[in-house]
Ligand binder design. Structure first.
Ligand code: HEC
Length: 274
């Protein structure tokens, strides 16, 4: 009897921690590559549960998970990387796919979920965008870093506001505001990424920041007028100047020719029309 009571207590305890195990198993199922350093995660081949390739057969059966890893060639990448506890946790998740968990949803102020495209902006101007996060799960997750901007043109982008900090409760949402300000002199594609770390699957919420800087007085614009007439400085030189001089000479000749005729009417308009 004493032994039976002990067994009952053990079963009760294992029942109490089962949800916890299934949660850990869910994390491994989706994120073993990052958490355990394997080349892939279960989800990459088996997809979301109920899953492909008969993976459901290992629900609550850690030994079957282990046997699959030990015998299936495609799964050899997990050998020596997962522990007995991991097998148990994954089997628990397979048996309880709806285990309560956090669920982080990421979207942006733009049309795409994973990028904010600021479009073409004159250098020296600014534009704003927003990364939006929501926890649609049943458990909290935690932000483990401040929002940050990384990448080649990180200096073009500024975080102007963020209320994504610390504990992210179920049902909560938060946002991070970003300003794009291509500096004077910049031109072409200006790329960076907005990131914030968290302790749930993937470990990182991010959006690509895409913008184009439109140079003021774009030097790439084709010069107006004949070749040799440099647009810089605004002065027409070379053959362009020659054409202008010829024009003025014609105006002058015309003016002289007309002068005699119009003198009587006292309207030397052509002479003063420059
Ligand atoms: C690279 C692809 C790949 C990955 C990653 C992968 N599997 Fe598999 N798995 C397979 C294939 C393929 C089969 C089916 C083999 C067959 O039916 O011959 C399979 C079958 C299984 C089965 C069924 C075995 C049985 O007893 O019927 C289980 C359980 C399983 N995988 C668990 C996992 C778990 C858990 C993970 C993550 C730790 C995982 N797999 C990751 C490819 C993969």
């Amino acid at each position: 009897m004493k032994h039976l009571a002990l067994l009952a207590i053990l079963l009760a305890c294992s029942g109490a921690v089962a949800a916890q195990d299934a949660l850990a198993g869910k994390r491994l199922y989706f994120d073993a590559a990052r958490v355990r350093g394997t080349a892939a995660s279960c989800v990459d081949c088996h997809f979301g549960l109920p899953g492909a390739f008969g993976i459901g057969s290992a629900a609550n059966d850690p030994a079957r998970v282990q046997r699959a890893i030990d015998t299936i060639a495609q799964m050899s990448l997990f050998r020596g990387r997962l522990t007995q506890t991991d097998y148990a946790d994954i089997a628990a998740y397979l048996g309880r796919p709806d285990v309560p968990s956090p669920n982080l949803r990421v979207s942006t102020s733009g049309a795409a979920l994973d990028r904010i495209d600021f479009g073409m902006r004159p250098a020296g101007s600014t534009a704003t965008g927003q990364l939006r996060l929501a926890n649609t799960g049943q458990l909290p997750l935690r932000f483990t870093s401040a929002a940050r901007i990384v990448g080649e043109h990180a200096a073009d982008y500024t975080i102007t506001a963020s209320n994504c900090t610390d504990v992210f409760a179920p049902g909560a949402s938060c946002s991070i505001d970003v300003r794009f300000a291509p500096p004077p002199g910049a031109s072409g594609s200006r790329r960076a990424a907005l990131q914030i770390e968290h302790d749930w699957i993937g470990g990182l919420a991010a959006a690509a920041l895409l913008g184009q800087a439109e140079a003021m007085g774009d030097p790439a614009a084709p010069p107006i007028g004949p070749p040799g007439g440099g647009a810089e400085g605004g002065s027409a030189g070379g053959s362009g100047g020659g054409a202008a001089q010829l024009g003025w000479l014609l105006v002058l000749l015309l003016a002289v020719a007309l002068r005699g005729r119009t003198a009587r009417r006292g309207s030397p308009t052509v002479m003063h029309s420059r």
